[in-house]
Design a protein around this ligand. Sequence first.
Ligand code: AMP
Ligand code: MN
Ligand code: MN
Length: 342
Amino acid sequence: MSITLTAEKLTAARDLARVLTPGMRATLVTHVNPDGDGLGSEVGLVHLLRGLGVTATIANPTPTPPRFKFLFEGLPKVDRSDEAVKELRRADLIVVLDISDLGRLGMLADTVAARGVPVACIDHHVSPGTLPAGPRYLDPTAAATAELIVEIAMANDWALTSVAARALYVGIMTDTGGFRFSNTHPRTLRIAAELLEKGIDPEAMYLDVYAGAPEGRVRLLAEALQTLVVEPDVGLAWITVPPGAVERHGVTTDDLDGVVEHARSIAGIRMALLFREISQGRIKVSLRSVGDVDVAAFSKPFGGGGHVKAAGLSREGSLAEVQAFVLDAARGFLPASTPQVR
Ligand code: AMP
Ligand code: MN
Ligand code: MN
């Protein structure tokens, strides 16, 4: 096979495998509002761990969005997010996927911090880790955490079954925007090719994730797009989700995935933002960039993080206050980068 691993990665993958013993109970956790990579990585790893005789369960801080439920077919009682704290208390090992930060584990942060069992972490974020001790497999150059799980499986000669491959493919497909974003490296496609070799159907996964939308998702998009504001001189574009719109359309915040891409798709835009109220007085901002603009660096002083071209932050205040503050900071941040010609 054409995928080679560095000596450091081989050591890290084998160190991780060493803590897995048959009969143990491993509980997998990802970040709040789990996405295709968090969930795909979890389900892929559940299948791999079962092959090793490890009892694997999933306990996430917020529920699985409907469009990813198909990943759990044939895995009854594996997703225990509705009793996550109880589940974490039964674990011999906790595996945190697609995040290195306690802060993004929501209401599970305290339990994970205080459990006293090893906490393994597999992640591709640039944000610094704040988890309790345990084996680490970290690579911010990977397109998706799912890519790293494939590497760990290869390093340890674990059998990649087609059900594991399907879940891991979903992780890579979603985090690369369907193999379009700049994180789609040759290595990413080689790993995706390995997964396709297991006989999985790429169109079926595309349809499950992107073409099974409830009507409300499209109506919510239509309403959100009405709010688009563009500042062409600075290269800024932003969209605001009207408060209450998600509930009114009978959908979930997962249905906002991709909305910010419409702002990024405008010629000359260098930073695109999506503002939405997550609770009374707390606003979430999703940031995407083009060219050399680093939105993870922009978000860091405000307690946010993520990747160079896709990051997020949340902040106390009204929609208008947070918008004014963040946009002002963005106007100050952008001239420092070289404008991109597209
Ligand atoms: P999103 O805008 O929610 O799609 O997230 C884009 C990227 O930013 C993902 O890699 C997230 O993990 C990261 N991210 C989102 N929100 C936050 C936050 N409040 N703090 C740190 N990182 C975040
Ligand atoms: Mn994620
Ligand atoms: Mn990811």
